[in-house]
Design a protein around this ligand. Structure first.
Ligand SMILES: *[C@@H]1O[C@H](CO)[C@@H](O)[C@H](O)[C@H]1NC(C)=O
Length: 234
């Protein structure tokens, strides 16, 4: 059972979690933005409560049929797993990189060209007095340069399974990761989370005298983009 002190710590955890992750669309905050690195995020949000194993869900509390019914259509097979995923917790799925490699080794992007790539002026150098020096760039080379810039600044999201521990159901969730290296020339801009989806999970919630499953929202990064530290993309 939780004493008052532990209960206060639990509620503090909820408040911190809501402050970090409870924002409406558009104010999504990633753990990285809070100065936390993905590998360093601790055992999941709101886990400041007692870690007493005696308050963990028992096998009867983990009846998959019942919990699946409770979660209903919120269960997302792409992002959730009831059992430990066979690929393990270290494997990073990078299949979201939407470029294909041609026989000659060139990467050819698929999908619509981002506006910031379309707007790059490849044939002009601008000077301090406002004058513009033209430089000859053949049309074909311009196309290849745009495709190359597109690939170098792409920030494809990768996915990795995370074990949230015994107090979450489903216990394994797929999280999005952004590449860590710089995506700009000169270096400085970084790949940062651009969009997240909130997944509904069940959380084992203990308040004296009993524990029960409650629904909680868990943010999953699903898109990254090359951005300055202010978090505004481009
Ligand atoms: C899970 O619960 C259902 C009823 O809700 C029951 O029929 C089933 O036997 C339970 N399964 C286990 C493994 O206890």
């Amino acid at each position: 059972m939780l004493d008052t002190h532990e209960e206060m710590r639990w509620w503090l955890g909820v408040v911190v979690w809501l402050a970090l992750f409870g924002g409406e669309n558009g104010s999504v905050v990633s753990p990285e933005d809070q100065g936390l690195r993905a590998g360093n995020w601790g055992p999941g949000p709101g886990l400041l409560e007692s870690s007493d194993p005696a308050t963990e869900p028992s096998p009867e509390d983990l009846n998959a049929t019942d919990l699946m019914t409770k979660l209903g259509s919120a269960f997302d097979v792409q992002f959730m797993s009831v059992n430990e995923p066979p690929e393990g917790l270290q494997a990073i799925d990078t299949s979201q990189f939407s470029f294909r490699r041609k026989k000659n080794g060139r990467l050819v992007p698929m999908g619509p060209m981002p506006q910031y790539i379309r707007e790059v002026e490849l044939g002009v150098v601008k000077l301090a007095d406002g004058s513009r020096l033209k430089t000859q760039v053949p049309v074909k080379l311009k196309r290849k340069l745009r495709q190359l810039l597109w690939a170098l600044t792409a920030c494809p999201v990768g996915f990795k399974w995370r074990d949230l521990g015994a107090r979450f159901w489903p216990r394994w969730i797929r999280e999005g990761l952004c590449p860590r290296s710089s995506c700009s020339v000169p270096a400085g801009m970084k790949c940062r989370p651009l969009a997240a989806q909130h997944k509904t999970l069940l959380r084992w919630h203990c308040r004296s005298p009993a524990c029960q499953w409650i629904k909680v929202q868990y943010p999953v990064v699903v898109q990254c983009s090359c951005a300055c530290s202010s978090r505004s993309p481009h």
